[in-house]
Design a protein around this ligand. Sequence first.
Ligand code: DPX
Ligand code: MG
Length: 634
Amino acid sequence: MVVKLNRQAFEHATNLIEQGIHDDAHNAFMARRRHTWKRACFVASHGKSNDCSCSVRLSIFEERANTMSTYTVGNYLATRFEQIGLKHYFMVPGDYNLVLLDQLLWNKHVQQIGCCNELNAAYAAEGYARVNGAGAVVVTFNVGAFSALNGVAGAYAESLPVIFVSAGYNTNDPSANHLLHHTIGTHDFSYPYEMIQRVTCAAVQILHAEDAPYLIDHAIRTALRERKPAYIEIACNLSTAPCAEPAPFETLLTSEATNQQALNAAVATATTLLNDAKKPLLLAGVHLRTYGAIDAFRELAEALGCGVAVMPNAKGFFPEDHPQFIGIYWGGVSSSSCEPIVDWADMILAAGAMFTDYTTVGWTAIPPREQLIKAEPWNVRFPHAEYTNIALADFLSAVAKNVRKNDTTLEQYRREARKTLAETEVRSAEANAPLTRVELRRQIQDDLDAKTTLLVESGDSWFNGMFMHLPDGARFEIEMQWGSIGWAVPATFGYAMGLEADRRLVSMIGDGSFQLTAQEVANMIRYGHNTLIFLINNRGYVVESEIHDGPYNYIKNWDYAGLISAWNAEDGHGLGLKATTGGELADAIKKAREHRGGPVLIECQIEHDDCSPQLLKWGAKVAFANERPPQQTY
Ligand code: DPX
Ligand code: MG
């Protein structure tokens, strides 16, 4: 049999073996010349080839050949990716992680998706985790990891398990006293790991291959359990190192169990408080989805029969077509008729709620402590007691089985709503009249259907989207806790990557936010996503203008629709459209519905001052909270 070999590479392989196979050298060699190594092994075990006549020690080659049939550290990680349900992960290559990326490519069931930069890749993984349950981002040492950090911290704030993988330095470098590129130019290698530890629920450094299974599993298990990102750093010379085959996935999953005694006590207390109340009400919070409690919450709502209000960052977690839905509770900027009912209730069970300055409109909308049952992910707070170790879904479901029906708050809401119905009707504008925010909102609302996810970026898009009605089945995505502008474009890309084939994604993104991460639209084009983006061009940072105006809130205008043809280049099928009137917008939406093979971006031009009334009110209250003077302590 004739085996053709690259002579130089073959001789290099032989040298390594004759020097006693230094592991790191072997790994480095393997990374580049796996095939040559395999062929060398073949030659070694079958005698000389026609091309090479190097003598090699058979036994050593055989040992290496056996090694090659086993898992590597990178393969181990790739298998775990697949097992936690990833079909894609997001990455940017760099010299430290190239070998790791090769090792991940080995798993054909998980697709590698390149992003324009690491910040976008992290946001894309975060968006993917929203629709898929978990996500992953793979970056290079320091420069890649630092760029990704904002998105990773965002995933922490939003409670999304994103596996954050970075290549690390070569294990030989610290003791060799080397200075390395992509560092701050000192011999200190500890700072990246220490920084990342602060924004992840688990952080591991793989510096010895034999530790890899335990450390990878620890990070992934913690991320899944805590619904937070976890960090895995793999030394750049270890991703090809031999590694045990992963144990069955089930061994990785451990779930904390509810303490039955605590649950019984909490359910008894909650039942008494709710049954004794004259005007009970339920409030849906952001953690309902994170902790798998959406169905249990609905079960409780239907058992209690009361009015159900939804916090802004939980929009979509209770159906808006449900007869008990009374609207979005957001203090003074709540949807119509909702605030007076919440204020009127005498006992509120808030499930998975997070009361922050944003969600409470600058601390002006927190239910009084003595009228609040606050069911958190793992504990329940009552006015005079607290029980811990209780899973949110277990608690809600158990209370549902015990409470008495009381629809007082729902009935009162219906009376209020009848009074204000006429005010909320919006008529369509003249087709040739300049586009307004009200007309824009009306047309986007009409375009939503049961298969739509509406994703809204920080900015007036929050308010425009928040008060749209979600048809049954429609979903809503908002990054309200972290609130980082630039999130929406890459999160849209990641979300669309994980979206079910029969659903559609519509995103509302302001001009200022778009300018941070715009280039990821190019990857929506690359992968032919049929996403629709409403780019709201109101010439600058309108939210900031309303909180505190100044010259810094006005930005360079771009030809946003025109960008699409630049990104299409020679092979893309994106479509960029511009709307300056209601008629042009209607036309563009119609074209978008028919377009296939790439995203559609509709640039909607409106006046800078044309913003939501709710934004004006909310902005003033948040500004007031921000501006509180320092307390005197003497
Ligand atoms: C900033 C915000 O154009 O939307 O509707 O015009 O406000 P609107 P735009 O996207 O502008 C967004 C702008 C500048 N927030 O008004 S909300 C401060 C900020 C942030 N995140 C980061 N940097 C600055 N939230 C990363
Ligand atoms: Mg703007």
